[in-house]
Ligand binder design. Structure first.
Ligand SMILES: Nc1ncnc2c1ncn2[C@@H]1O[C@H](COP(=O)(O)OP(=O)(O)OP(=O)(O)O)[C@@H](O)[C@H]1O
Length: 230
């Protein structure tokens, strides 16, 4: 579904990604793990077309994205949930939810969203920013599901959230996967990563240093925590 080959990225003269090769197959949940500054966010932003100083190839559903602008990448079914969640303060929960256009027939109906996220149903008329951090994260994920994204790109969805909300996010990722969705997520919480993902890529200094299936990842959790400092 997503195939990245030899991806380099720069900020001016500084190189942030070095020859990244990565694949995500339809129906998989895959994590990007690595220290702060390893290049994880730059990688997701490059896939979305939000970081343009790149070379190498990114192919989504058979289409080379090199000449595809960011707004068209979203219409192709890539759903980006940035780490600050991107909830608009002046809009209600429901207005935030309905803002992006529906891009595919796998879009969740508003009813399905509210069934899966009852907290959003209860708060649908509330301004987006009166939500807690966890509720904002759920709204941000719900918004891309409602728009029909077939592949979710999540930047640290559990960061700073209480365990009960982290557990809810885990359920949502499982539900997305069980309904045929695909997820590529940045995750610093190794324990959480091991409970949601099929495979993992470890990044260090802009390069993929390991690609592990979940069994290997679980077996090496202690070592990874120590060596990656995460
Ligand atoms: N706007 C920017 N201008 C210059 N350098 C940047 C910019 N954003 C990121 N970088 C640099 O690019 C490298 C990769 O950063 P990136 O944010 O992709 O890493 P990350 O693994 O997502 O880390 P974090 O979890 O801290 O966001 C780092 O060295 C960082 O300092």
């Amino acid at each position: 579904m997503l195939e990245i080959r030899g991806l380099d990225a720069w900020y001016g003269e500084a190189q942030a990604l070095r020859g990244v090769d990565l694949e995500v197959h339809a129906g998989e949940v895959v994590t990007l793990v690595g220290r702060n500054g390893a290049g994880k966010t730059t990688l997701l932003r490059s896939v979305m077309g939000l970081h343009r100083q790149v070379s190498g190839s990114i192919v989504f559903d058979g289409t080379d994205l090199a000449k595809v602008p960011a707004h068209r990448r979203a219409r192709m079914g890539l759903g980006w949930v940035q780490d600050d969640r991107g909830i608009y303060a002046s809009l209600t929960v429901e207005e935030n939810l309905l803002l992006p256009p529906v891009v595919s027939d796998s879009a969740w109906s508003t009813e399905k969203v509210y069934d899966a996220f009852p907290v959003l149903a209860d708060r649908r008329r509330a301004p987006g920013t009166t939500l807690s951090g966890g509720e904002q994260q759920m709204l941000a994920i719900a918004r891309v599901l409602r728009s029909g994204a077939r592949m979710l790109l999540l930047d640290e969805p559990t960061e700073g959230l209480a365990p009960v909300i982290v557990s809810r996010i885990r359920d949502i990722i499982h539900e997305v996967r069980s309904t045929g969705g695909t997820v590529l997520l940045i995750e610093q919480n190794v324990k959480f990563a091991a409970t949601v993902a099929d495979r993992h890529y470890l990044l260090a200094q802009g390069a993929v240093v390991e690609s592990l299936d979940n069994a290997d990842f679980q077996a090496r959790q202690g070592e990874l925590l120590e060596h990656l400092g995460i």
